[in-house]
Design a protein around this ligand. Structure first.
Ligand SMILES: Cc1cc2nc3c(=O)[nH]c(=O)nc-3n(C[C@H](O)[C@H](O)[C@H](O)COP(=O)(O)OP(=O)(O)OC[C@H]3O[C@@H](n4cnc5c(N)ncnc54)[C@H](O)[C@@H]3O)c2cc1C
Length: 336
C-alpha cells in the first residue's frame, strides 16, 4: 500500500486538475493527482484527443491532446506525482483539519487541502439496448473514438444525434471507407453547424445518413460483420459494418464523492465563487464538477477557478505566511 504526503491532493487529472498544479506550484504548494483513467487528460484525452479546440486563449486552434501535452510540460517544474488507474473512494478528516484520501487500489494520500477536479465523474458511457452489443465490445463496438486511424479504410456505423455523433461522422468521413450515421429522429440535438455539415456530406455521398431508425441487433463471428436496423414503420434492414460506435453520451456518476457530505446540486458540487470552496473546509471543487449561478462547462472557466482556488488554499498549507500576489513575468517560475 502506497502512502503519500503532499500539500494538495487533486482528484481528477483532466485539464483543470493539471492546471491547478501550476497555480499551486507558483505558490510553492506540492500536488498529488489521482485519476481513475490510466492516462492524464480527462475528457480531452479520453473522448476527443484529435479534435481541435478553438477557445483556448492564445491558441487559435489546438488539438485536445496537444493542450494536455502542453499542460504537462507547463507543470513539470513543480514535479507533481500521480496515481493513475485508481478511483478515489474515501475521505477522512484528521483532528488538525488535514485529510486522508484512499483509493480503491489502497493508495493513501495525506494532504492539507483536497481539490475535486473530477469533471463528469467516473466515465461510464450510456449503452443503448442492442441485441448482442456486449458480445462485440472490443470486437467492433467502441463507445469512444480514441484513435481515428483505427477506423481507416473500415466500414463504420455511428449511432446517436448529439455533438459527438455529428462531429465524428464529419471527421471519419475522410478516414473510413464508409461512414453511416444512424439516428432515431430526423433532426439533431447537436450544434446546427455540425448538423449542416453532416447533411451536406450526405448530399455529396460521403456519409450515409439513416434517420428515424434504430440499431437493434448485431451479428458476426469473431468480430462485428452486420448491423440490423429497424425504422419507424417497423421495416428491418441490414448494413455491413466493421465497427459500431454508439455515442449516447456519458452518464455522469459522482461515485463515492457523493457520500462525503458535500452540497450536491444536480450531480455537481455547489461552490462559493469567491474561491471555489465547497461547504466543507479545505475542500474545493473546480472545473466541470462544480456548479454556481452562470456556470459554463468550459476549460478556460476551469483554469480561472484553479487560480482563485490556489490563492485561497495557501492559508491552509502555509498558515504562518502572508500571501503576496506575484506576476510570473516578474518572478518567473521557480521549480521545486
Ligand atoms: C466532444 C467534446 C468537445 C468539447 N469541446 C470543448 C471546447 O471546444 N472548449 C472547451 O472549453 N470545452 C470543451 N469541452 C468541455 C471540456 O472537455 C470540459 O470542460 C473539460 O474537460 C473539463 O475539465 P475537467 O478537468 O474539469 O474535467 P474532465 O476533463 O472531465 O476530467 C476529470 C477527471 O476526473 C477523473 N475522476 C472523476 N471522478 C474520479 C474519482 N472518483 N477518482 C479518480 N478520478 C476521478 C475522471 O476520470 C477524469 O479524468 C468539450 C467536451 C466534449 C465532450
Amino acid at each position: 500500500m502506497e502512502q503519500i504526503t503532499t500539500d494538495i491532493c487533486i482528484i481528477g487529472a483532466g485539464p483543470v486538475g493539471l492546471f491547478a498544479v501550476f497555480e499551486a506550484g507558483l505558490l510553492k504548494m506540492r500536488c498529488h493527482l489521482i485519476d481513475v483513467l490510466p492516462q492524464v487528460g480527462g475528457q480531452l484525452s479520453e473522448i476527443y484527443p484529435h479534435k481541435p479546440i478553438y477557445d483556448i486563449p492564445g491558441y487559435p486552434d489546438i488539438t485536445a491532446q496537444q493542450l494536455i501535452d502542453n499542460l504537462m510540460l507547463q507543470i513539470a517544474p513543480f514535479n507533481p506525482t500521480f496515481s493513475l488507474g485508481e478511483r478515489v473512494e474515501t475521505l477522512n478528516r484528521r483532528e488538525d483539519g488535514s485529510y486522508d484520501i484512499k483509493t480503491d487500489d489502497g493508495t493513501s494520500v495525506h494532504c492539507q487541502v483536497v481539490v475535486i477536479a473530477g469533471g463528469l465523474g467516473c466515465f461510464e458511457p450510456r449503452k443503448p439496448e442492442i441485441d448482442r452489443l456486449a458480445d462485440f465490445e472490443g470486437k467492433g463496438v467502441a463507445y469512444m473514438v480514441k484513435n481515428p486511424e483505427h477506423f481507416r479504410g473500415k466500414k463504420v456505423v455511428l449511432a446517436g444525434g448529439g455533438d459527438s455523433a455529428l462531429d465524428w461522422a464529419v471527421f471519419l468521413s475522410n478516414v473510413a471507407e464508409r461512414v453511416t450515421l444512424v439516428h432515431r429522429g430526423d433532426t439533431f440535438r447537436g450544434a446546427p453547424d455540425s448538423a449542416g455539415k453532416v447533411f451536406d456530406l450526405a448530399k455529396e455521398g460521403k456519409i450515409d445518413l439513416i434517420l428515424k431508425s434504430n440499431v437493434v441487433a448485431l451479428t458476426g463471428d469473431d468480430s462485428l460483420q452486420e448491423i440490423t436496423l429497424l425504422d419507424r414503420n417497423n421495416q428491418v434492414s441490414h448494413i455491413e459494418a466493421d465497427h459500431l460506435i454508439p455515442l449516447f453520451g456519458l452518464s455522469p456518476k459522482l461515485g463515492p464523492i457523493a457520500e462525503w457530505g458535500l452540497n450536491i446540486d444536480r450531480s455537481a458540487i455547489a461552490v462559493n465563487t469567491v474561491d471555489y470552496s465547497t461547504n466543507i473546509e479545505r475542500i474545493y471543487a473546480i472545473g466541470d464538477i462544480n456548479t454556481y449561478p452562470g456556470k459554463l462547462k468550459l476549460i478556460l472557466c476551469g483554469f480561472h477557478e484553479a487560480a482563485l482556488m490556489a490563492q485561497s488554499a495557501f492559508k491552509y498549507v502555509f498558515p504562518e505566511q502572508k500571501l503576496s500576489f506575484k506576476y510570473t513575468t516578474v518572478y518567473g517560475v521557480s521549480a521545486f
